[in-house]
Design a protein around this ligand. Sequence first.
Ligand code: ADP
Ligand code: MG
Length: 693
Amino acid sequence: MSKSITNNLGSRLSSGRPSGEGRDTPIQFVKGVGPKLGLVFKSRGVETVKDLLFFFPRTYEDRSKLSKISSLTEGVKSSVAVTISSQKQIPIRKLGRSMLEVRCFDDTGELSLKWFYPPRGLEQRLLPGARILVTGKVKNFLNRPEIVHPEMTWGVAADDEQQNELTAASAHMGRIVPVYIEIEEVPTKTLRKVLWETLEKFSESLPEDLPNYLVEKHGFPTASFAIRGLHFPPDSEGFDLASLAEFRTPSHQRLIYEEFLKFEFLMLRRRIHGEKTYAVSFASSGARDRLSALIGMLPFELTEGQKQSLRDILVDLAASHPMNRLIQGDVGSGKTAIALLSAAYVTFQGGQVALMVPTEILAEQHFKNAKHLFQGKLNVALLTGKTSGPVRAELQGRLAAGEPILLIGTHALLEAPVVFSRLSYVLIDEQHRFGVEQRSVLKAKGERVDSKTGKVLSPHSLLLTATPIPRTLALTAFGDLTVSSIRELPPGRSPVTTQVVREKSDKIRAYQHIRKELSAGRQAFFIYPLINESEAEGFTQLKSAVIEAELLAKEVFPEFSIGLLHGQLPSAEKEEVMQKFKRAETQILVSTTVVEVGVDVPNATIMLIEHSERFGLSQLHQLRGRVGRGKHQSYCFLFTGKRTEGTGAQRLEVLETCHDGFQIAEADLEIRGPGEFLGTRQAGGLPFRLANL
Ligand code: ADP
Ligand code: MG
């Protein structure tokens, strides 16, 4: 690789987001992106124009040809230009409302359009004489072709000359059109419009990351042509549906090449860096003996997976280059014990260890566990946002003096005054909750120059996660990260009985079941996706934790006491609510997803998740792992609407039969794709969006 490319790529990669006119512009500046849509995009990690440009379609639809009504075929998705002749509202008595039927025609025949759920005000726009383009799957109803819930493009003419004019300018018609992944309830048509606007305004400003001679050598299109071509494929060679589906278009070829080139470069740079870093080797046999003694103190026998993970870690810790390992194991597989044991092993040899977790509740739980399990045999301290000034100062003194200790904490560990004199081992629990940046800040606290050898020492590091990273991704995406898997749960746990609940009557039955469990002294988690309605006002009609909690308390379960937990409570209050639930002073904990993170309440046997279609499978699986931790049979109810469509719908059923977090993650990956799966935070600078590893 010539020096100039290395520099070129290097500066673009290291700054994370390459600079360039317009690319870093927040998406709110794109026409059609208001605050609501902005919020939805943000939840998917799409925040800038560049993120949007790389928000590629899930698939494509060929609408390059308009059909005539007379040639429509049942079952085939088609587009037709029509004029409206009449409309009528047909009451559906059972539902107490009406459906809308609109008749229309072209010069070859008549077509019906039907809406069982007509959007408000639609009938006023579909007046006789109006001309529209409609797209949808054709059905035959009483010998007349019809389209139910068609997609529509307005303000167009139905005659042929004007059609051409229209189609050239339209994002939705007369071409191969993109179909985007359904996010929240945003229709693909809206996304298409937004992408069209974005490309109109910003695609020219995309800088070229590939050096000229490579572009020429391979006959690649420019970056901006390539990206545009993936959203709105041009009517030119190589951009047919088959090539698009198989990632073979010139756009794909170029962008995939670019991704691999950047990846190789990152790997190379990492390797060069890795060869220069050393770590303290921990291999004392005395410490091993003390470790065995600790294992003997545990109230349980380690599972095979736990033992193997621990062995893997000990081998790595003995090396003089830093360990970089991930333990993945299902919720409840006992990763904490392994983390604590390996941490103890390092402190026995004089090292300082930091264990970072995403919440205070979890930090305290780990801290109590460490004290309780090892009864003073492990030197351990706790540091969170709640730690008082004097305690903190005292702790900082001990760290600076080099005391061998395991410090468990939250983000508070990252603050500047927390300085270790010999941090040798860094552990991060629930690693997907942290960004690349935060992980490296903590690691940097352990970097120092060895006074004897003059070598740069880095700490060993161990990541823990219950969201398994499929093998293909783990190997490549995280570079030289090695993985240990704990594939079994500790003995004596029975899988959580899981049911997807769609019908009202089944929901009532679920409530009855829950009441029985609660009366028998068990506890329940009720999970809701939002905190209050205003968060996405008018956009979706989601039940919110706050409103729902009140309703449940008053109407459905008046005889039980209910706690409410969400991310916007002050942390002291959160703690209080959680503790009350742990002590069984409340029977039901209504919560947003904050409980997702490792809390242990063995007496809870019910997990009810509202709007479960809005969660990823892995996330649902993790939530489900909050129950089934004690000796009683546990149940998980996945509530969802009757009419949910698309990928969200059937995938939920996977959870009814599958209890293996690894398989669930693979299913998730298949449905959502790697970018979506990893999330931008986790993918952190990874250049792959198109390339299939
Ligand atoms: P996770 O992997 O989700 O972090 P935890 O470490 O919180 O799981 O473990 C869940 C529970 O299982 C804890 O109460 C822990 O003490 C217990 N546990 C861990 N290992 C074993 C084992 N080998 N046998 C029985 N119980 C175990
Ligand atoms: Mg855990």
